[in-house]
Design a protein around this ligand. Structure first.
Ligand code: KIV
Length: 292
């Protein structure tokens, strides 16, 4: 049980082993969360909340995830932990904090776990990260793996393109998935990967697959919340489905507020302290006979 939780709240979170045990069962429902408020609003319906490094683009206006720091992930991880009581909270490891060696990865993953009290970390990569995943898992750090289109490798891919189109790329993604499962990851995110391949991986590996632009056959699905609610509108990947239009709500609310401030119709008496007393005094002063 975490100590970094809403004050006084009963905390019974879904655990990484419970997520792993959902292989082949009811679909895992996952979304990203970066803030306390969003975590609070989504917690009841989610098996897993991911504090994704996609916050680089969504919250900070960066063009890739490469500018994300440990401090950013820890601050947002803390906010999400304090906003949730039941979802399993996983925090992304930033680019450059785990690739160098398994020891460096352990140090940074342990720091994220200790300073946020999240339940697991996510890192990108397959065969090349398998030894690191096993090292972390053996030392008490549950790992959510991430294969296929791995956004931290955007410069290697030359853009954000669906993966698995060539025989070689498909074979690599299959090997990556088998390797992270074998290394002890409790689940794996498969991103931007051709549907038949994601389906085949799901059938072959022993841990749950969580798809994003992958396949309805995956053991679960994840999306970026701001895409789902229509708050991030810079671009819309094919795999995103919008379930709401928060962007328009914010623009409309801002415009209505601006109009009322300009017209002096906001704030009204109900938004002011002592407004009625002041108005009455004013009226009395006006009623007093004026000297000739
Ligand atoms: O950073 C992120 O939000 C992610 C998800 C899109 C899987 O990695």
């Amino acid at each position: 049980m975490s100590t970094n939780s809403p004050a006084g709240a009963k905390v019974t979170r879904t655990t990484p082993p419970a997520i792993r045990d959902r292989k082949g069962g009811d679909p895992l429902v996952c979304l990203t969360a970066y803030t306390h408020q969003v975590a609070k609003l989504l917690d009841d319906d989610m098996d897993l909340l991911l504090v994704g490094d996609s916050l680089a683009m969504v919250l900070y206006g960066l063009d890739t995830t490469l500018g994300v720091t440990m401090e950013m992930m820890i601050a947002h991880g803390n906010a999400v932990m304090r906003g949730s009581t039941t979802a399993c909270v996983v925090v992304d490891m930033p680019f450059g904090t785990y690739q160098e060696s398994k020891e460096v990865a352990f140090r940074n993953a342990a720091r994220i776990m200790c300073e946020t009290r999240c339940q697991a970390v996510k890192l990108e990569g397959g065969v090349e990260m398998a030894e690191t995943i096993a090292f972390l898992v053996d030392r008490g750090i549950p790992v959510l793996a991430h294969v296929g289109l791995t956004p931290q490798a955007v410069n290697k891919f030359g853009g954000f393109r669906a993966q698995g189109r060539t025989e070689e790329s498909a074979r690599q993604i299959m090997e990556d998935s088998l390797a992270v499962a074998e290394a002890g990851a409790f689940a794996v995110v498969i991103e931007g990967t051709l549907e038949p391949l994601a389906r085949e991986i799901t059938d072959r590996i022993a841990i749950p697959t969580i798809g994003i632009g992958a396949s309805p056959h995956c053991d679960g699905q994840i999306l970026v919340t701001e895409d789902v609610i229509g708050l991030f509108t810079e671009f819309k990947p094919r795999f995103v489905k919008r379930y709401g239009n928060m962007g328009d709500l914010i623009t409309d609310a801002g415009a209505a507020y601006a109009a009322e401030v300009k017209a002096r119709s906001f704030p009204g008496p109900e938004h002011c302290f002592g407004f009625e007393a002041a108005a009455a005094e004013n009226a009395e002063e006006k009623a007093e006979p004026q000297p000739a």
